[in-house]
Design a protein around this ligand. Sequence first.
Ligand code: FAD
Length: 395
Amino acid sequence: MEAIKDHSGLSSIPISIFEPKEISELKSYLRTNSCNKYRIGAGLSGVSGGAVPDQNEIFISLKKLNKISWFDKESGILVVEAGVTMSQIQQFTNESDWFFPVIPGSKDKATIGGMIACNGGGPFSLKYGKIDNFVLGLDLLSVKGQNIQVGGYSTKISQGINSKGIWIGSEGTLGFICSVVLRCIPPLRKLAYYRIATDKFSNVLKLVPKLLKSNPYLLEVAEKNALRFSSKAEEHVLWIATNRELSGNIDKMYRVTKHDKTILDERFNIGHNLQKYKPFIDLDVSFPLRYVNDAIIALKKLLVKSEIENIVFGHGGDGNYHIHIFQNNYGLNWENIQVEFDEIVSNYFGQISGEHGIGKVHKARFKKMLNNGDKKIYQSLKKALDADSQLPSLI
Ligand SMILES: Cc1cc2nc3c(=O)[nH]c(=O)nc-3n(C[C@H](O)[C@H](O)[C@H](O)COP(=O)(O)OP(=O)(O)OC[C@H]3O[C@@H](n4cnc5c(N)ncnc54)[C@H](O)[C@@H]3O)c2cc1C
């Protein structure tokens, strides 16, 4: 049997693999095999190892649950199975004159189930929010094969607690996301895309809050070091899309040029091309904008002091940066600085993941960082939905 691997660099051979084509097939499988240990996966584009099975687990892939089962052209509401990819959703909604604004860099592989399981986002999340903002309802299966329905088809629901919220970010540890009700938005009007370059990364960081009032639809950044994986430009860059002209009051030290949306390839090719370079860990930190500049500079200093090769790029407008650290001749060297790294994250009111999730890679850190309230709620959910611990746990 082939090893199962995602983009975290982890891989493993499970006991067996089950790949249902119908939700009913999954249901009867779960009902008749009631005490196995399972690992859920789909697109395997994750970077945190959440879908990589242990050797004592059965890998259940939901990527063949790939039907778009219902669409209301009038209201832009659609129902899709969990294995439909983000590209398929893009193409389908565009052809129907609607827009689904969550477009991850991994859109050709990432599935809607995986995106919901990780509460993923994309560049337009600055304007429209992450995937949680577009999920109206979910059809799920518990690990024992019982149907669970949460939410509905309405865009406004005020009926008790938001129980669909507990599944968003559950990373395959509470049950199976099988089918999803999504809302789209009307197509975007034409946007202007600007590339703004400068010679110091701290100047990119300083410009971000100043641009937030120009109604950005996306605001991405990358340091020069990261651009060696795409354009090889010898400068630090910020990309912004707005529906208005950028005001002329940007300081002269910034080189501003106007483009079409293909300029974003320079940003998104970084994520794709670095995959071929060296083993890495993706530290997907997220900070309140008030503190993000100081936090990123402090984290960068720590990595440089520790001689850990790194690059920084990400969703600047959201305060969500992907710091990739690469393996050197002595291994990843990460364990030695993890505590200090996470102290900086905490001191600046940050989070260890903005969109890529916890998985196996960040589990130990997450356990330490999770606050009491979130921990208690997660433990009670785990007890209620997976009492025999057949699925992995986030803590
Ligand atoms: C080059 C590159 C660019 C990327 N860009 C982005 C980006 O812009 N934004 C972003 O958010 N992420 C991005 N990612 C990360 C990744 O694509 C996302 O985390 C995505 O959500 C994973 O979806 P998947 O279908 O591949 O899930 P998998 O990798 O198969 O699984 C990920 C997790 O979800 C769980 N899971 C999957 N499907 C289900 C289901 N149906 N029910 C329950 N649990 C399930 C798994 O158990 C696992 O814990 C990128 C990754 C790469 C390699």
